[in-house]
Design a protein around this ligand. Sequence first.
Ligand code: ADP
Length: 284
Amino acid sequence: MNLESVLSNAGDRTSILKKSPVRGGDINDAWLIETENERYFLKTNHEMDEAFFKIEETGLKEIVSSNTISVPAVYQSGESEGTPYLLMEWIEGDKTGQTEALLGQRLAAMHRVTNEQFGYGGNTCIGRLRQPNGWYDSWTDYYCSKRLFPQMELAVSSGRMTGKRRLKMDKLLSKLDLFLPHNPEPSLLHGDLWGGNWIAGAGGEPYLVDPSVFYGDRELEIAFTELFGGFGHAFYEQYREAFSLEGNYEDRKPLYQLYYLLAHLNMFGESYGSSVDRILNRYI
Ligand code: ADP
């Protein structure tokens, strides 16, 4: 890609001092770019098309307009010499004793931003997988049709959903109303909130990164934070104080973690299979 021209289109015509790789993401190449003027976070991906980063940009802007929690500012996205890219604000800071508490409070505030229907206007991504969307009046219908079902189909087509696993998954989907008799408010969600998708900025301010936004049950978001860790006691305490969870959240939690485990099964393979089976066995 032509980095000079990307930066110059973003309004920075000063010299590039350094381009260093940043580790931590699953999917993209990421870089710290330092110019005489500014530091930037640049993501590139040769395997995706330009739309891939447009989706991330739209999600970040949707969170900005909620005015509830910090996200990096997006300067520019597009394609340079055949390479799709996303150029944004570089965030750097140290976690303080307050950071996780603030993250809990601010995420709760974001979840209080609601919509009339569930879903989202455009397709998003979960990791590198396309995530279909649409608008639904029923949360259970949305969760079945646009979340669990597409992941199940993908797993079937790659041979990762066979035998008992497939039978149980079919049964679960056909009876999802029974297991998920739940009519939550459609909350604005980050949508992919694992421990690697929040970082601390200046003064310990928590920032969300790499969203896959949509409007859905906020319990889904909290269930995913609990799946792989990365969120401490202060986060949950402050979240619940700002926006308490219903007593029977724990009954739904595995059903919500199932979606993320299926996506991981599809992206990373059978090492996630036994966790998928454990949840299916609990309900079927
Ligand atoms: P991927 O889409 O490949 O998963 P991420 O957007 O999650 O990539 O970014 C990878 C890592 O880079 C994150 O885990 C985080 O530590 C760091 N990071 C993300 N955004 C920024 C940013 N704006 N400034 C500084 N570091 C960032």
